[in-house]
Every structure is written in structure tokens, then in C-alpha cells.
Design a protein. Structure first.
Length: 341
């Protein structure tokens, strides 16, 4: 695949051509590389899942690389799990990074510590989960990289707690939600792509997610990534994460909250007020778009460019929505590159 196109350089800083070539060589990415060969020579499974108490959760996560390496936290989206990074992780670990990949609340082996904790899925809850995880792992500052729910979570931490974020990789750019603004309609084609959001707003959708959680997720995978030829084993490996007892509740609450149909918790109100103001992100950032992702806004990143005021670059990969799993070498290269900003 073409690893990037329309790359936009910050006027203040970017890697020199020689340094960029060296990074590319480390990942075997010289010239044009077809997307189909992206996963060659990369991992297909993780080591054992670890568990740690952090905030409201007992978090399941995998870790690779030296414990004293520069921390990178990789955040998955929906309907996906940590295996979006199964090929990215060994690439970064080989470069000396301490790589941490957690299951988000409601996924995999992550569990709530108390049955009394509301199964809240508003955006600030996810961000505080990751900060609690960093505290539990004694990680003061990390590179944060994510897509979908994971990109939104990373964006929030970078915007509100920049001292915890050394640099940012954000797929699809700036994803912080303003619930009031989100009530406004978008063009019909865009609304059609979000069909499951409206399905989940109904009790029929709740029952459908309970009964058909795997079938629904596979349908979304194929729509989100029309050029990704994943096999049954790849999907089934991730689908196991949807058997979490809180999965349905978290998914439903997330999409209903974003439509203004589910109330947030009072303890998050002050944070949500700050997020509603659409704070800019000042940490070094690379934004990535998937060229075939139906949710990628037009304009090669122009739609959200003004929200990133630090050292910045934008890249477009010829893949769909699940960028790290569809283009692991290019994604890992972007992490190394942003670390050098």
C-alpha cells in the first residue's frame, strides 16, 4: 500500500528526509507496499493477558517490550478489541517501546470492580479509565494512539491532560463529542452509515445486540473496511471479547449518550463541560485517515486541522476503518515518527 498521501507538515517541525527514510527502513517500508503484504512478518497472537485494578475497573491488558522503554498505549474501537494491534505491538516492542494494549470497559477480560458502579459509556469515563490505568502501571506520560472509541479517548487525554500525553496518533482526527452539536443532522449518506446508532436507540436494537452481537459486528467490519479481506479466525479471535457481561450495556449507553438519549453521570459533568467547548490539542500529533473508511471526512484532514495546534502531520492510508490491523507497519511507523517530533 501507499503508506501516506497528502502529508501535511507543521511549519515548525518535521523529521528530515534522511531520518524519515531511516524510520521507514526499520519497518521494511520502502517504495510502494501493497496492503495485502502489510502483515507479513508480524505477530498473530499476544502473550498472556494481565489484570490490574485501576479506578472503577479490573483492567485486562497485554504488554510487550522492555519495562523501562518509552511507554505507548494503544486503544481499540468498536466493534473491535486489542487484536487490532496484534501486529503493531511486536513492531514497536522491537524498537524498544513499552507497549500496553488494554481492553476498554465492557470488552474482553476487563471487569467492573463493583456491581453498583453504573455501566456508563460517556466519553469522559473512558479517558479517566486510561488515566487510572497509567497510574496503576506507574506510567507518568505515554504516547497515545487509537482509532474510533480509542482515538476519542486519546484525544480527550491529550486535550485536557497534556502532561500525560507525550504525543498522539489519532485516526479520523478530532473525535471529541459535543452532545448538543451532535443532535444536528448530517447529510443522508452519512446518517445511513450510522444505521446501528439509531438501531441501538431502540429496545429492539438492545435485544438484537444481545442475540446477534457477533453477526452484527461482522457486518460492521465488512462495511467499515470494504477492502480488508479478513478471515473467520481473525474475526472470531476478536469476537470473543464481546462475551463480556457488560458489553451490551456499554455499547448501548455509548451510542445513546452521544445522541443525547442517555444521561451522563454528575461526577463527569465538569469534564464534559470542558469537552463541549472543543478544546484544542497542543501535543505533537499525527492524524490518519483510512481512504476507504466510510466515516473519513472529505478534505484530507482539513475538516479538523485547526483543532491541532502543536507539531503536526496528516497521513492517509489506503485502508478502511480498522487502520492498525489493516496497515500495521504504516501505523507503527507513524508512532515512531510522532515520537521524534
Amino acid at each position: 500500500m501507499e503508506t501516506s498521501e497528502g502529508i501535511t507538515h507543521s511549519r515548525r517541525h518535521f523529521l528530515g528526509a534522511a531520518a524519515a527514510a531511516a524510520v521507514a527502513a526499520q519497518f521494511g517500508m520502502t517504495g510502494d507496499t501493497q496492503a495485502q503484504s502489510e502483515t507479513s512478518g508480524t505477530g498473530t497472537s499476544f502473550g498472556p493477558v494481565k489484570q490490574i485494578d485501576a479506578g472503577d475497573l479490573n483492567v485486562g491488558y497485554v504488554e510487550a517490550g522492555p519495562v523501562n522503554g518509552r511507554p505507548v498505549i494503544l486503544l481499540h474501537g468498536w466493534p473491535y478489541d486489542i487484536h487490532s494491534y496484534v501486529a503493531v505491538t511486536p513492531l514497536l516492542a522491537a524498537q524498544g517501546y513499552r507497549v500496553v494494549v488494554p481492553y476498554l470497559r465492557g470488552h474482553g477480560t476487563t471487569r467492573f470492580l463493583s456491581s453498583k458502579t453504573p455501566r456508563n459509556a460517556q466519553q469522559s469515563a473512558f479517558a479517566l479509565d486510561i488515566i487510572a490505568l497509567m497510574d496503576a502501571l506507574k506510567i507518568e506520560r505515554a504516547i497515545l494512539a487509537g482509532y474510533d472509541w480509542g482515538a476519542r479517548t486519546a484525544d480527550i487525554i491529550a486535550a485536557l491532560w497534556p502532561e500525560r500525553c507525550k504525543a498522539l496518533i489519532s485516526v479520523t482526527g478530532y473525535l471529541i463529542v459535543n452532545v448538543e452539536a451532535n443532535k444536528m443532522p448530517t447529510p443522508p449518506k452519512s446518517e445511513w452509515a450510522w444505521w446501528y446508532q439509531y438501531y441501538f436507540a431502540t429496545e429492539r436494537g438492545v435485544r438484537g445486540l444481545k442475540k446477534y452481537r457477533h453477526d452484527l459486528a461482522e457486518l460492521v467490519w465488512r462495511f467499515n473496511s470494504p477492502t480488508w479481506k479478513f478471515d473467520k479466525a481473525t474475526f472470531d479471535r476478536t469476537a470473543a471479547a464481546f462475551d463480556n457481561p457488560d458489553y451490551v450495556g456499554i455499547v448501548i449507553d455509548n451510542y445513546r449518550w452521544r445522541l443525547g438519549l442517555a444521561k451522563g453521570e454528575p461526577r463527569y459533568a465538569a469534564i464534559e463541560k470542558r469537552l463541549a467547548a472543543a478544546p484544542v490539542i497542543k501535543v505533537p500529533t499525527i492524524t490518519i485517515d483510512g481512504a476507504y473508511d466510510p466515516f473519513t471526512p472529505p478534505g484530507h484532514g482539513s475538516a479538523y486541522r485547526k483543532k491541532f495546534t502543536g507539531k503536526y502531520a496528516h497521513q492517509t492510508f489506503k485502508v478502511g476503518h480498522n487502520v492498525p490491523q489493516e496497515a500495521p507497519r504504516a501505523f507503527a511507523k507513524a508512532v515512531v515518527t510522532v515520537d521524534g517530533f
